[in-house]
Design a protein around this ligand. Structure first.
Ligand code: SF4
Length: 267
């Protein structure tokens, strides 16, 4: 069980790319708990995901240095932050990253955006609609045969947890990355030691990005309302991420929200 903190004042939260997709696509309550409490992995799967992500970020960072490190040096830098991932598995993850970087030229690694203005292609500015600003971190900007690609590394337990191309095309996370950077192309880069690397790429039209902007504004305004009034909903019972493996709040919440939702009610 995690220690429940006493929260006495409203958190001045910013909207973030990943948080709003948790809110919209997974669980409102998890979004709220993640936002106000320190989050530590509570299962070996979550810990592995954290380390694999750190490994991928470290490799990308090295490759984007001026002058850039070579791939071998970058993979060594990744291995150094791999934490307790055992040797063979670590090597398999690193070989997946090597495959990815053979086809994608890294341009900028791990960029933090503190975005005052998230703009739709038709010129609308999110700050006119929202009470809170936006922030977030893009894992990598790479270049492939078609141009710039905004990338998000994901660790998955298997192919069933990867988004299909049509699901990725509706992803708020990829859409908000493109709205924030002014780019049209983005990708989920799925890393798994025992499956081939999977890169799910999407390309948004202006019309799709305008619609994505509308959806983001609706979800962000709903989240802002919840911070005022409470009433967070929980994940549907069959949601694959609502489990002891993947939700850090499972031991207290158990998928019911009972005894936990009150913590973030009306903050
Ligand atoms: S256990 Fe399920 S319902 Fe509870 S916070 Fe996590 S995802 Fe939401």
């Amino acid at each position: 069980m995690f220690e429940l903190p006493v929260l006495t004042r409203p958190p001045r939260l910013k909207h973030s790319f990943s948080r709003i997709s948790t809110f919209a696509e997974q669980c409102e309550l998890r979004y709220a708990l993640d936002a106000v409490m320190p989050r530590t992995p509570s299962s070996p799967e979550q810990a592995r995901g954290t380390h694999v992500h750190a490994m991928a970020e470290a490799v990308a960072r090295e490759l984007c240095r001026e002058p850039p490190s070579g791939l071998t040096a970058a993979l060594e830098a990744g291995a150094a932050v791999a934490g307790p991932i055992e040797g063979d598995t670590k090597d398999l993850y690193l070989s997946r990253l090597a495959v990815f970087f053979a086809a994608h030229l890294p341009q900028r690694g791990s960029i933090e955006f503190w975005v005052d203005a998230l703009r739709a292609p038709d010129g609308r500015d999110a700050q006119k609609f929202l009470a809170r600003p936006w922030c977030g971190k893009v894992d990598l900007v790479a270049v492939d045969g078609e141009g710039q690609l905004i990338c998000d590394f994901k660790t998955v337990s298997g192919p069933r947890n990867m988004k299909t191309a049509s699901q990725a095309q509706r992803s708020l996370q990829l859409g908000s990355y493109c709205l924030a950077t002014g780019q049209k192309r983005a990708a989920f880069v799925y890393l798994h030691p025992y499956h081939d690397l999977t890169v799910v790429k999407v390309k948004f039209s202006d019309g799709e990005l305008n619609k994505m902007f509308d959806r983001l504004v609706v979800y962000c305004r709903t989240a802002e309302k919840r911070w005022e009034t409470g009433g967070w909903s929980v994940a549907p019972p069959d949601h694959p991420l609502c489990s002891s493996k993947w939700c850090p709040w499972w031991s207290s919440c158990g998928g019911t929200g009972k005894g936990v939702a009150e913590l973030v009610a009306g903050l």
